[in-house]
Design a protein around this ligand. Structure first.
Ligand code: SF4
Ligand code: SF4
Length: 96
């Protein structure tokens, strides 16, 4: 397992265990973009350019998921696990 440092919003919720409901913690999308995010971000690692912090909701969300872009939304939802269980097996630890 490789270690990676990500910068995450102080108010972001803690990452739930794999399989539990996605809470928008943002860990997966901050670590590396999903296949759609690779296209948008033009990189294979690091935070996805489409990731947005929702101040009101106090969670991250995918900027590609919207009613205005149903086709992109369908693709992004496929990989962000929106409405499904968290599919990220990342283990999160605070930086020393
Ligand atoms: S799918 Fe991503 S944003 Fe959702 S809970 Fe898991 S790590 Fe967090
Ligand atoms: S789900 Fe959205 S924000 Fe997350 S990596 Fe994919 S395109 Fe980026």
């Amino acid at each position: 397992m490789s270690a990676r440092v990500i910068t995450i919003h102080a108010d972001a919720p803690s990452k739930p265990p794999t399989g539990q409901a996605c809470n928008g913690c943002g860990v997966c999308c901050l670590a590396e973009p999903c296949p759609l995010g690779v296209l948008v971000s033009r990189r294979l690692s690091g935070p996805c350019a489409a990731l947005r912090w929702d101040h009101a909701g106090r969670h991250y969300r995918c900027g590609l998921v919207s009613r205005d872009r149903p086709w992109w939304s369908a693709l992004a939802r496929r990989w962000i696990a929106a409405g499904r269980g968290c599919d990220s097996d990342a283990e999160v630890a605070a930086a020393a």
